[in-house]
Ligand binder design. Structure first.
Ligand SMILES: *Cc1c(COP(=O)(O)O)cnc(C)c1O
Length: 385
């Protein structure tokens, strides 16, 4: 197998030379918002646990109780024997929150996106997708074998042009976007996209992974709304909400649901408990955006639109160096590099959580401000403006 190892080693060398190699760094999350990495405690601004619910006592207790009742694993795919009673309860709750008739829970958000897009689109169809949409939306679009047309980020006019040019030659058309963009923190013009979809007989799919539970104005207005249980809900798993016939079709056809083991009961129970916490403490939901705004205000940046604030630095080297300096100052802010973001837009991505104290945010702002004492280093921010 010498050729195999050689292949892998050469690939890694090439990535290393471009500063694009990624490594798994052991990181213990024992409380929020701190992590322990290489023996040091850092305040994390890189977790998507926006409400700190992964560590909430009620959520942990619910997960433990579900393990006691149902065991550690689901045992099979949901269509075989893995559809334990908590699934229906969670789906009913999600459908109410998204104002749809039904919902379907998947093993992860990634699995939900590839499953749903492949059910709704095929080789005769058109998928018009925002150029900054998440990797799994792109993978789903490609796996569907539909014609994929990318529109410039949040550019309704460009999306309309693509539909004008290609809609007629295709059976069905999907418009795909995120509600809150995962690496930029800006919001999609969902209402305008819904109007565009209506005008072109297209189906709008929104991915609310980073909006759910933290961006109240990301209102449901798409017939197909997906999301994840792994961010603000602090658990694991994905979901899609839609009408009853669409969900029935998804449940009977989505390969990533049919051929993959169901979520462990603990994950479903944790998500349910997290929904209870969110419902009981509405102020919690507003906290992450409030922290992000405090940070942007403190640094004279455009006001945050969501709990995600990008600081685009350009090269992977610049992003890695800035990340290292912040780590030296006690903060975990992972450098985000291509292909997660477009070439030339490597960045720091700050994710704010209800678990951060105002003092954490102040100290971070001071450290970030210090990085750019020579302000010319800061290329542009936010990425999309
Ligand atoms: C994280 C994320 C996903 C994937 O969700 P997982 O549950 O982590 O697999 C999908 N879409 C977007 C926009 C995301 O940020």
């Amino acid at each position: 197998m010498r050729s195999l190892d050689l292949f892998a080693a050469e690939k890694l060398d090439q990535l290393e030379a471009r500063k694009l190699r990624r490594d798994l760094v052991e990181t213990a999350r024992i409380d929020v918002p701190t992590v322990t990495r290489n023996g040091r405690r850092l305040i994390s601004f890189s977790c998507n646990d926006y409400l700190g619910l992964s560590q909430h006592p009620d959520v942990k207790r619910a997960a433990a109780a579900a393990i006691e009742t149902y065991g550690a694993g689901a045992g099979a795919s949901r269509l075989v024997t893995g559809n334990h009673p908590l699934h229906a309860e969670l789906e009913a709750r999600l459908a109410v929150l998204k104002e749809t008739a039904a919902a379907c829970v998947f093993g992860s958000g990634y699995l939900a996106n590839i499953g749903v897009l492949c059910v709704l689109a095929g080789p005769d169809d058109l998928v018009v997708i925002d150029e900054l949409a998440h990797a799994c939306l792109n993978t789903g679009a490609q796996l569907s074998r539909a014609r994929v047309a990318r529109f410039r980020h949040n550019d309704i006019g460009h999306a309309a042009e693509l539909l004008d040019a290609h809609r007629r030659a295709h059976r069905h058309a999907l418009i795909v976007t995120e509600t809150v963009f995962s690496m930029d923190g800006d919001l999609a013009p969902v209402t305008d996209l819904a109007d565009l979809a209506a005008a072109h007989d297209a189906w709008l799919v929104t991915d609310d992974a980073h909006g759910f539970g933290v961006v109240p104005h990301a209102r449901p207005s798409a017939p197909i709304q997906m999301g994840t249980l792994s961010k603000a809900l602090g658990s694991y798993g994905g979901y899609v909400c839609a009408s009853a016939p669409v969900i029935d079709l998804v449940a009977t056809r989505a390969r990533s649901l049919i051929y993959s083991t169901a979520l462990p009961p603990a994950s479903v129970a944790a998500a349910l408990a997290a929904l209870d916490v969110i419902a009981a403490y509405p102020a919690l939901r507003r906290a992450p955006l409030g922290k992000a705004r405090r940070f942007t205000e403190r640094l004279g940046l455009p006001p945050a639109r969501s709990p995600i604030v990008p600081l685009v630095l350009g090269t992977p080297e610049a992003a890695l160096a800035a990340s290292q300096k912040l780590a030296d100052a006690g903060f975990l802010v992972t450098a985000i590099r291509p292909p997660t973001v477009p070439e030339g837009t490597a960045r720091l991505r700050f994710a704010f959580s209800a678990a951060h104290s105002d003092e954490d945010v102040e100290r971070l702002a001071e450290a970030v401000g210090g990085l750019f004492a020579s302000a010319s280093e800061r290329v542009l921010c936010p990425a999309s403006s």
